[in-house]
Design a protein around this ligand. Structure first.
Ligand code: FES
Length: 78
């Protein structure tokens, strides 16, 4: 599904950018840069943020308890 009509980015591309090997993509701006484009109208930023959160959330739990990302999620939940 296309989530950014200006840059014709799909949800799969966003997920791949976040979950790719060695990926350090954590913001919508980083997703645009990673995919070789830049924000135009900005309407997709919330959707991209949501996809990033889902992708990172689903990855969390697969890592050991001492994972810094897991500690960040625990602190945010408090
Ligand atoms: S829809 Fe993504 S920048 Fe316009």
């Amino acid at each position: 599904m296309i989530v950014c009509s200006c840059n014709v980015l799909s949800d799969t591309q966003v997920r791949d950018a976040v979950a790719g090997p060695g990926a350090a993509v954590r913001t919508a701006g980083q997703v645009y840069r990673c995919l070789g484009c830049s924000p135009q109208c900005g309407r997709c930023a919330r959707t991209i943020r949501s996809i990033i959160d889902q992708a990172l959330g689903s990855a969390c739990g697969a890592c050991p308890l001492e994972c810094p990302a897991a500690a960040g999620h625990a602190a945010a939940a408090e």
